[in-house]
Design a protein around this ligand. Structure first.
Ligand code: NDP
Ligand code: TDO
Ligand code: MG
Length: 301
């Protein structure tokens, strides 16, 4: 059984390539070097030639602020590439599993977003991901779009590593306390993607569509930062004081939703996935970071 995984140098792709897959699974890990997603024309022939049983696409243009000044690249990678993947996987008769984001929502809802809530992105990144969702939905009926949020891991760029890096030479950090969401471990996302993919390969009647998955227990970026340092102290990291500020006090090129908590009820029901609290997953990531467990995975090429 051959499964194509994109974005293997990123957080989720890395965890997928080191996931404990069943013996019969061969992961074909495509990096930018193998398949440049800013060149959607190359995608169809790559998938047509690959004899894959499924495609998992965690690759994306994820630089939220940079996307505001580089919308064309963001739209190529986040919208046109998934459109090409949908066409190619549909033609090959195989499922496509894509990853999307809480940033497709505008954040004005008071409680958690479910899959039926209307999307209304407030920035280029969210808009390009929303377009990618639409392309996948219309291009291949055998798809799952897994929306997740606030991804962290020991590998790649994320808020946890940014906080630890900033704290190394600053005694005082200011972090927004009026954007709510759920931090989510890349490893937990990979496990969910693996479960969904194996089910879709095995069963033509398996559920398809859009699903929300994040780790449990909503917080704010400031709440996340404070917990990072509460836990990091025991690993010997320097602990700054963290000041709660408003979004207006931290201007960024891209707007972000004020609330992007995702309701996981549907994935719990259809795929028997039970999200664990992000604080538990954070402890594992901090331990990995402290013990230098970030070596590159062995992957099939
Ligand atoms: N990060 C987050 O907080 C969140 C992410 N998501 C979604 O989850 C998914 C996984 O995110 P995450 O693992 O954090 O992403 P990362 O930013 O860690 O990794 C992105 C991956 O995409 C690859 N990529 C980017 N541009 C291209 C290109 N032109 N051609 C080929 N590969 C390319 C990168 O390759 P290279 O290393 O060569 O640049 C990298 O492997 C994405 O779909 C993202 O939208 C959803 C919610 C939150
Ligand atoms: C570094 C820093 C950030 N912030 C704020 C800025 C922003 O509002 C918030 C988070 O900043 P970041 O730039 O790390 O996070 P951001 O890039 O917005 O993260 C997003 O990435 C994309 C890919 C997603 O899909 C989202 O789910 C989400 O994870 O924290 C502070 O208030 N103080 C700081 O010192
Ligand atoms: Mg960012």
């Amino acid at each position: 059984m051959r499964i194509l995984v994109t974005g293997v140098t990123g957080q989720v792709g890395h965890e997928l390539s080191r996931y404990d897959w069943p013996e019969e699974v061969e992961i074909v890990a495509a990096s930018r070097h193998d398949l440049d997603l800013a060149d959607p024309g190359a995608i169809e022939s790559y998938i047509a030639a690959g004899r894959f049983d499924a495609v998992i696409n965690p690759a994306a243009y994820t630089a939220v602020d940079r996307a505001e000044a580089d919308p064309v690249t963001a739209w190529k990678v986040n919208a046109l590439a998934p459109a090409a993947m949908a066409a190619a996987t549909h033609k090959a008769g195989i499922p496509l599993i894509c990853v999307s984001t809480d940033y497709v929502f505008d954040g004005t809802k008071a409680d958690a977003y479910d899959e039926e809530d209307p999307i209304s992105p407030v920035g280029v990144y969210g808009a390009s991901k929303a377009a990618g969702e639409l392309a996948v939905r219309t291009g291949n009926p055998r798809h799952v779009i897994l929306r997740t949020s606030w991804v962290f891991s020991s590998h790649g760029a994320n808020f946890v590593k940014t906080m630890l890096r900033l704290a190394a030479d600053r005694p005082h950090l200011r972090v927004v306390d009026d954007q709510r969401g759920c931090p989510t471990s890349a490893r937990d996302i990979a496990a969910v993607l693996a479960k969904i993919t194996l089910r879709l390969i095995a069963d033509a009647q398996a559920p398809t569509g859009t699903y929300h998955f994040s780790n449990a227990e909503p917080t704010t970026w400031c709440g996340f930062a404070k917990e990072i340092f509460r836990q990091a102290e025991s690993f010997g990291y320097r602990v700054p004081d963290v000041e709660a500020i408003a979004t207006t006090e931290y201007p960024t090129p891209a707007r972000r939703p004020a609330n992007s908590v995702l309701d996981p009820t549907k994935i719990e029901r259809d795929f028997a996935v039970v999200p664990r609290p992000w604080r538990k997953a954070l402890a594992e990531v901090l331990s990995d970071l402290a013990h230098g467990a970030t070596e590159e995975p062995e992957v099939t090429r």
